[in-house]
Design a protein around this ligand. Sequence first.
Ligand code: 4AD
Ligand code: MG
Length: 480
Amino acid sequence: MFNKRIKIKELLTADKVNFDATVMGWVRTFRNNQFIALNDGSTNNNLQIVTGLGVFDEKILKRLTTGACIKVTGEIIASLGKGQKVELKAATIEILGDSDAEKFPLQPKKHSLEFLREIAHLRFRTNTFSAIFRVRHSLAFAVHKFFNDKGFVYLHTPIITASDAEGAGEMFRVTTLPLDGSALKNEDGSINYKDDFFGRSTNLTVSGQLEGELAAMAFSDIYTFGPTFRAENSNTTRHLAEFWMIEPEVAFNDLEDNMNLAEEFIRYIIKYAMEQNKEDLEFLAQRLTEEENQKPLVERSEMSLLDKLNFVVNNDFERLTYTEAIEILRESNHNKKKKFNYLIDGWGVDLQSEHERYLVEKHFKKPVILTNYPKDIKSFYMRLNDDGKTVAAMDILAPGIGEIVGGSQREERLDKLTQRMSEMHIPEEELNWYLDTRRFGACPHAGFGLGFERLVQFVTGMGNIRDVIPFPRYPKSAEF
Ligand code: 4AD
Ligand code: MG
């Protein structure tokens, strides 16, 4: 069998030596015409392979360039050199794929994250990105494990939809109609979708929530975990046009249950990654410390990455209402000294990220859950509170990231829901299927959406969301 290989991680952590092994991977470096550092992506630690002087043909040795893919067999022996416990004494070397050293863009040196973004197809082969994507994997796995262990049903909601779940109008159109102006038009000049693939206007989904609610009204507890799309023109370090979202939806939960679930969930998945990816997170923490040390003292964060993660795992989040938050912000020295770009002077305004960050990073210094927002700045499906002006919404804000979760208790009362829809100009005919859940056996229920990439950012300490998804999509960029 060709692929009778042992993964490098397994070899480096085994406590035995003097046995034969086959390894395959990519050459990171080849020095002194003797020592190959080989990596196969199972760990950032390379396996040292010793070729022995005069054992191999010069022709083969010349092809052991950075980036080349090789298969090596030989004996695993205790290493005499510093830096590794074991090494492989090569008996055979086979070049599986050459790599022209002159042209291979990744040199054994530090490259900037910006440069690596331009070669995202190769950046997996750097230590930073292999660590990030192994952590991302663990977090994704933990999402499923958490909900599976709790008896939730994983629901696959559609990617193509005809409804705007958030009512924010930030959707990408899906159509097979010609773009040259020849598509059929209505009398008023608008496009007639009769001939379009679905016979109606459709979009990429912004959220699986509405469909999730339908299933929660049968299974009680469901979650979605899939790609979502937003055509918002936000060129920030926290926005993507295509991102992954986890959306649990739970029958019989109220806002408080919802917050408890979200906190437990976030703690669980972070803890899972800390256990599974200790080395990778230590590596990323070190990277972040080096990056922070380049900054002026006042801008450096007080905690290291691992301290920050431990803190989140071991401490309750701060919970307060929107109204209380506005009071804190209005009375803050920051506001009085006009340091906010958007000054807070009254109730009802939407919070900007500078306000969220002030609350989380300066005032409370821990994750914060804000609840009961004014109804006018939130979506139509959120449950109206008895005061008639706020809704049972919750946003979780994380240090360095801002909003990481958005959720709410849902409006289960048909009359209140349809009234909100008409106030917000959402036609009932379009959401008749959604309203049916309120007609047939409605119950209190709640859910939330966690932006997966924002969570990966938080856990890996990466400053830019484009560096925690393999192939980021953002305005004017859909490379690869
Ligand atoms: O707050 P949002 O818009 O809430 C919803 O979509 C609800 N339907 C969720 C629910 O209740 N089931 O989005 C949820 C989260 C945000 O808190 C944020 O973490 C993330 O999704 N998010 C984005 N992440 C990356 N890029 C973007 N453009 C994002 N927009 C939202
Ligand atoms: Mg939100």
